[in-house]
Ligand binder design. Structure first.
Ligand code: PLP
Length: 631
């Protein structure tokens, strides 16, 4: 057609850069997932969407690819095993999955099954997370690490875990938590192992930088650490102290920061070991990041290192410090969450229409326009590369004058429409000319953003990608079809909540952050689907019910050995009933109240009985609807 092909589309959206080998496209221009990476098995997303539609499971639709979870577990544990061999490290690697990153039972079970041979355990941060974790099957050597603030109930639950045969470590985040453990000991309860979270001087980098460093919310300062060790020694409980932990934040963008933290943490371990503290495990926390924009830089949406480099640096630096201090190597624990689950989930949304700036209507001119409109016409005709700045400023003045005249009753709606239309035409020209300048002035950059179309997408930013709203975190977005066709529009994406924050206006780009996404022109009666990718970490539980849009439809998709795609575990999203119930509405009571109102109408002869009961029935039926836009 226009020489644009699938390769061009993959380059345009940066798929090969951020996709880690999990995504591609068919010759027909459809987005594909390669959950097992290199063995050629592929899943065409449009096919999945169409198949689910037949079972009345439409978009917005969260698709999970459990085989990606397996691949990521193998990649992480494989990287550590390789590093352990390479650096002749004397101990093993004991990963734990921080369940808060994605608590969905099927996700956690899938991960634990995939990592069973590698002793994958669980990290929890609250009582419910611990309760869930204790019932999940893990190998005998796997750890259950208890972080977060703890009361007696939490500690007793941890103690129950030990009695059930689990290796439970209670990590003391603050000195007062130690009192709880001592009380447990005094009461003769089975004691879990104890860990200390160490407050490092080292900090992470990126959006979650403040989780690390001296001012962080968690961890023991050096004097608190020494005091706590002394308390355990005095109480004859030092033998229970098995683990040191630190965490400098999620999505650490710079490998240098990770190395600094590892060196410092390893030194704390080594010095404590020399004081006779029998630490066996060094837990380096989370932080292993994802290259969301594919730039391989230290930008917030990227990381300037690979998983292999991370594993090498962790293992090498711990070994180096231990050799330097002549202490045994500790068992290495990491709490990598994002790296394990981010790739496994995508959200497919349908585009419902577009909002086209303010200049859609081509107004008919009469030839006898009010002066202010004549002026705008003159500017439109004469704006050029030489005068665009001055002429655009004139256009702003005329536009404001036009509104004042309208408000004084001196212009008609037709005139106002012409004024707006001309202003936006001039703005478009000004932006075009501003691009010829060596440096595009900020005002024209901002103007350009206002000129993008808005594609209305059937989803809620607050429910499905809350980190984009809260932290400006970027997620790649790609059409799931028409990738062999040149996208001719630039658009931002608005959701269907009644909130102006429900908009995606920042997109991943190799060199920069894009203010709009390349999209295809919408075609009448043809659905247009976009996928938000790499959303498997943190988004689900952080998502909220803004406007009462709840959890979306979802399904798992795998590809079998013969390359056949299998869609399973399809689950409908939360209904209107569910989201209303979450805020204290009881559908039965609502129906009752509606019936009372209708009965009053009947009594007042405003409605007959049959209509009233039909209306009540209809109302009742709607509780089972999907809150998002239906077909
Ligand atoms: N461990 C702790 C204590 C955390 O607070 C977090 C998240 O911030 C993690 C692990 C998981 O980090 P990530 O998802 O970056 O691996």
């Amino acid at each position: 057609m226009d020489g644009f092909n699938v390769e061009d589309a993959l380059n345009l959206y940066g798929v090969d850069l951020w996709g880690a080998g999990y995504f591609g496209a068919s010759e027909e221009g459809r987005l594909e997932v390669l959950p097992t990476k290199n063995d050629g098995r592929r899943i065409e997303i449009l096919k999945v969407v169409e198949e689910l539609r037949k079972s009345r499971i439409g978009t917005p639709l969260l698709l999970r690819f459990p085989q990606i979870l397996e691949s990521q577990v193998q990649a992480l544990t494989g990287a550590f095993q390789k590093a352990i061999v390479e650096f002749q490290y004397q101990q093993g690697y004991y990963p734990v999955f921080p369940i808060k990153v994605n608590q969905r039972r099927t996700v956690v079970e899938g991960l634990l099954e995939a990592g069973y041979k590698q002793n994958l355990g669980i990290e929890v941060g609250s009582k419910p997370e611990l309760m869930g974790a204790l019932a999940l099957s893990v190998p005998a050597e796997a750890l259950t690490v208890c972080n977060g603030f703890k009361d007696r109930d939490y500690l007793i639950t941890a103690s129950m875990g030990v009695r059930m045969g689990r290796k439970v470590v209670v990590v003391i985040e603050k000195p007062f938590e130690l009192d709880g453990v001592l009380e447990l000991a005094q009461a003769g309860e089975t004691l879990p192992w104890i860990g200390f979270r160490v407050k490092l001087n080292a900090k992470g980098s990126g959006l979650w930088e403040k989780s690390g460093g001296g001012a962080s919310k968690f961890g023991l300062s050096t004097s608190q650490l020494l005091d706590s060790i002394e308390i355990l020694r005095q109480k004859n409980l030092l033998g229970q102290l098995k683990l040191f932990h630190f965490h400098i934040g999620s999505q650490v963008t710079e490998i240098r920061k990770i190395k600094e933290a590892i060196k410092e943490g390893a030194r704390v371990y080594a010095k404590a070991r020399k004081m006779g503290v029998p630490i066996e495990y060094l837990n380096v926390g989370g932080g292993l990041g994802i290259d969301y924009d594919g730039s391989k830089t230290s930008s917030d949406a990227s990381v300037n290192y690979t998983m292999e480099e991370y594993a090498n640096d962790v293992v090498y630096n711990i070994a180096d410090v231990c050799e330097n201090e002549h202490v045994p190597h500790p068992k290495i624990v990491s709490e990598s969450g994002r790296a394990l689950v981010a790739y496994h989930a995508m959200l497919v949304v349908d585009v419902r229409g577009h909002i086209n700036g303010d200049a859609e209507r081509k107004n008919k001119l009469t030839g006898h326009e009010p002066r202010v409109i004549e002026d705008l016409l003159y500017i439109r005709k004469n704006i050029s590369v030489k005068n665009y700045r001055e002429f655009f400023h004139d256009a702003i003045e005329r536009r404001d004058e036009m509104y004042s005249l309208f408000n004084l009753g001196m212009l008609e709606l037709e005139d106002r429409s012409k004024g707006e239309w001309l202003y936006w035409e001039i703005a478009r020209q000004a932006v075009k000319y501003s691009k010829t300048a060596k440096f595009q002035a900020d005002e024209f950059n901002e103007l350009q953003d206002r000129l993008f179309e808005k594609y209305i997408c059937n989803f809620s930013v607050f429910q499905s990608i809350p980190d984009h709203w809260a932290l400006d975190q970027l997620f790649p977005v790609v059409p799931i079809h028409r990738l062999n066709e040149k996208p001719t529009k630039l658009a931002t994406l608005v959701d269907i909540t009644c909130d102006s924050d429900g908009e995606v206006e920042k997109f991943v780009d190799l060199k920069d952050i894009k203010g709009a996404l390349e999209v295809h022109e919408l075609q009448a009666n043809e659905p247009y689907y976009l996928a938000f990718l790499l959303i498997g970490a943190y988004q689900e539980t952080m998502g909220d019910l803004h406007n009462l849009f709840g959890a979306v439809n979802e399904a798992h998709v795998i590809v079998d050995d013969g390359g056949k795609m299998i869609v399973q575990n399809a689950k409908k999203g939360e209904t209107v009933r569910k989201t209303l119930e979450a805020y204290g509405y009881e559908p039965d009571k609502l129906v009752k109240s509606i019936k009372t109102t209708l009965q009053e109408q009947v009594t007042q002869n405003k409605m007959d009985n049959a209509t009233a009961s039909k209306l009540a029935e209809e109302y009742k039926r709607r509780f089972e609807a999907y809150p998002y836009l239906g077909s």
